[in-house]
Design a protein around this ligand. Sequence first.
Ligand SMILES: [Zn+2]
Ligand SMILES: [Zn+2]
Length: 342
Amino acid sequence: MDTIVLQEPGRFEMTRRDDLPSTPPVGHALVRVHRVGICGTDWHAYRGKQPFFTYPRVLGHELGVEVVAVNDPSSSLKPGDRCAVEPYLNCGQCIACRRGKGNCCVNLQVLGVHRDGEMQQYIIVPTDKLLPSAKLSLEQLALVETLGIGCHAAARGQVQRGEKVLVIGAGPIGLSVLPFLSADGGELIVADVSEPRLEFCRKTAGVRHTIDARSDIIPALKDLTDGDLPTLVIDATGNSASMTKTFDYVAAGGRIVFVGLFQGDVTFNDPNFHRREVTLLASRNALPDDFRRIIKLVEDGKIDTQPWITHRAGYRELLDVFPKWLEPDANVLKAMVSFGGE
Ligand SMILES: [Zn+2]
Ligand SMILES: [Zn+2]
């Protein structure tokens, strides 16, 4: 089967691998990969900027697959089922796993990051990481993991109906949070330094209030919240300066969720933090319940996936198009690689 290997930063190679058993081990399924979504992790790996990343590596952790063979008597999956894949392989033993938080497992292995992922025609995955849907298209299935990041961040924030929520950063992560905040009745305010991105939020994500973050946003935030400031602030920038400022944007008694991340320290003024009794939360990956919720919302037409996919390519073209997708003026929101299937 064809496999795309990132041999080192900036160099993909198409290889053939024939080491996959046709009968999967117990508890696993052999699946045909149809669609692979590309995200920030893949860009960083290609550029050599993904921390703790080792090469060579097969990328890909956002996928739409079809079951070929199942070796698991306890699973109801059958050949032909189409599935999204939860790419977070957790140990099941550690303190996080024992408490139902496999998303932040101490020994977490993410497909396409810590071990080889899905830029190949077939893979073997544990059956409990496959989430079937008879209704979603292969592309929609490959979008589920992306949306999972946002779904989990929104769940961490526990938004209340009618609550004013500020989302900072309208890139793919910020956009992935919005539909879940809306579904829970949050009143959205989005801040970003890019006017085209804010326009995208207003036109396609149903966001009423956007703020240009190139200058101080506090006056606009006060205007939109009767002087109170938002009680939930979600930072999706992964920018240290932005994350530091969230402590000034949140209302007394409010919550901050960091979903974007960067390699470094965030510092804040303790009296400012204490006076407001702020709750600070991190959000990492997503949980199986997040995946199930997304599939249901997309099946019910409550999330429109149409605007998400801006670029497409067949896997044989990937070596040529990948560097082009990296150009800022390519304006890639989500690029989707096809490994076959309609
Ligand atoms: Zn991703
Ligand atoms: Zn664990």
